[in-house]
Design a protein around this ligand. Structure first.
Ligand SMILES: O=P(O)(O)OC[C@H]1O[C@H](OP(=O)(O)OP(=O)(O)O)[C@H](O)[C@@H]1O
Ligand SMILES: O=c1cc[nH]c(=O)[nH]1
Ligand SMILES: [Mg+2]
Length: 210
């Protein structure tokens, strides 16, 4: 699995804002939106393009377009905060949704929503979830995609734990990963350290213990 870490200074300043405890939910959401633009921009280097004839006001020339715009799939809830920024960069794309909530005791994902095309043969997919911790949630999501015939999955996240990266690598699924950081690891509650807390709660409210 290819892994790309977006270590651009402007990405790292947004990530710093997201990490800080005193950052309120409005600034957290704005920082995630801006950081998503940068992460998806880097991920899009991997997309195939095709040339086609266009005309400027001065002369005919060649234009460029995406050969096969990806289906965008945010993982609810936290991935919702990345959806607008990704769709703004990829206006030709469609969007599917997967809803997962991690059990606080077992840390296993519980699926509560799935809205995906039945056949993803030949369709690249861009999965959005800010957090890759144990990897259980993203693995569940990517298996749903692979079961529908998808062979080209790019995951965009903000923070990844080495444990989750290794789990995705070992899955044998056709994955590539773009992230703004690979952190130290997981604590005993399977939260990323130093991390940023619960990305869903920090955007939308809630009470989790880290
Ligand atoms: O790699 P994992 O160990 O599976 O953990 C990562 C998952 O945890 C968070 O979602 P959460 O379950 O908290 O749901 P939420 O987005 O509704 O807050 C996050 O957005 C990932 O989906
Ligand atoms: O650190 C973590 C781990 C899982 N989910 C989160 O939102 N944060
Ligand atoms: Mg959460």
């Amino acid at each position: 699995m290819d892994v790309l870490v977006v270590d651009h200074p402007l990405a790292q300043t947004r990530l710093t804002a997201m990490r800080r405890t005193e950052t309120d939910s409005g600034v957290f959401r704005a920082s995630l939106h801006e950081l998503t633009t940068m992460v998806v921009y880097e991920a899009a280097r991997l997309f195939a393009v095709e040339k086609y004839p266009i005309e400027t006001p001065v002369a005919p020339t060649e234009g460029t377009r995406l050969a096969n715009p990806p289906l965008i799939v945010p993982v609810l809830r936290a991935g919702l905060g990345m959806a607008d920024a990704a769709l703004a960069l990829l206006p030709e794309s469609s969007m599917g949704f997967v809803g997962l909530a991690r059990d606080e005791e077992t840390h296993e994902p519980r699926a509560y929503m799935e809205s995906l095309p039945g056949d993803l043969t030949g369709q690249p997919v861009l999965v959005l979830d800010p957090m890759l911790a144990t990897g259980g949630s993203l693995l569940h999501c990517c298996r749903l995609l692979a079961d529908r015939g998808c062979t080209d999955i790019i995951i965009c996240c903000v923070l990844a734990a080495p444990e989750g990266v290794d789990r995705l690598k070992d899955s044998g699924l056709p994955l590539r990963l773009v992230t703004a950081s690979i952190d130290q690891g997981l604590n005993e509650k399977a939260y990323i350290v130093p991390g940023l807390g619960d990305a869903g709660d920090r955007q939308f409210g809630g009470m989790r213990r880290f």
